[in-house]
Design a protein around this ligand. Structure first.
Ligand SMILES: C[S@@+](CC[C@H](N)C(=O)[O-])C[C@H]1O[C@@H](n2cnc3c(N)ncnc32)[C@H](O)[C@@H]1O
Length: 222
């Protein structure tokens, strides 16, 4: 029996279908424009580098909501024992095509069965904002339980108060998902309540591609 049951989001199927529809455009955008590639964004790259330096050698790392696997592959290149998992089968097809040497699986984070103290690191990199507000704390508790003492979690997400219904994305593709934006203090409090200790918070002002964002890294007390 799974040790940790998480409520399934009511819109999970619609969100999966939506990401399946945008997956090819999203992967193409990353490859051809560099948008969404941390290598083109010095502060996002610095955050992922700090995460990699911190968790390297601690054990397996899981990139949750990995999309086409850009960050998974970057961490693998840095020598981490990393794999990716994503809700969207089409995202994972793209990830496997682009990064054939990496390991990827299809699953919702809400269905993951992660053993206690089994991970050195876990990422929710621009991938947890579709979770309903009452589900995110359950997912954070899953991550906290799955991390080894000294292991770390890193997340990037959209900042704000609104629940924004998206009806098109990535080149006008019709989608249906809600972007639950978080105020930095709210998100940090949730992470702390899950039992993790924040070690860094990075605020990103809106730019030509995206609204304001936030990166938080937090560790499991050793
Ligand atoms: C904006 S993309 C980010 C992808 C990747 N992390 C990156 O930075 O390029 C959001 C990803 O989160 C995934 N996602 C959304 N809800 C999810 C869930 N419940 N479980 C796993 N992945 C999910 C989507 O399928 C999509 O690939």
């Amino acid at each position: 029996m799974r040790a940790h049951r998480i409520d399934s989001p009511a819109d999970l199927d619609v969100v999966r279908e939506s990401y399946d529809r945008v997956a090819d455009n999203y992967a193409d955008m990353v490859v051809t424009t560099g948008i969404g590639d941390i290598r083109r964004h010095p502060w996002l790259k610095a955050s992922i580098d700090a995460f990699a330096d911190t968790v390297g050698g601690l054990g397996p790392v899981l990139d949750v909501g990995c999309g086409p696997g850009t960050v998974t592959a970057y961490l693998a290149e840095r020598g981490l024992d990393v794999s990716g998992v994503d809700l969207s089968p089409r995202m994972i097809e793209n990830a496997r095509r682009l990064h054939p040497r990496c390991r990827f699986d299809v699953a919702s984070v809400t269905d993951l069965d992660l053993a206690e103290a089994s991970l050195g690191g876990v990422l929710g990199w621009w991938s947890l904002f579709n979770l309903p507000r009452d589900v995110l704390p359950q997912v954070l508790a899953l991550f906290a339980r799955a991390l080894k003492p000294g292991g770390h979690f890193i997340t990037a997400t959209h900042v704000g108060d609104e629940d924004l219904l998206r009806t098109e994305a990535y080149g006008g593709v019709p989608v249906r998902w809600t972007t639950h934006k978080w105020r930095p203090d709210q998100l940090v409090e949730l992470i702390e309540r899950a039992g993790l200790r924040p070690v860094a918070e990075l605020r990103l002002p809106a730019d030509e591609h995206s609204g304001p964002g936030l990166v938080v890294m937090a560790g499991k007390p050793g």
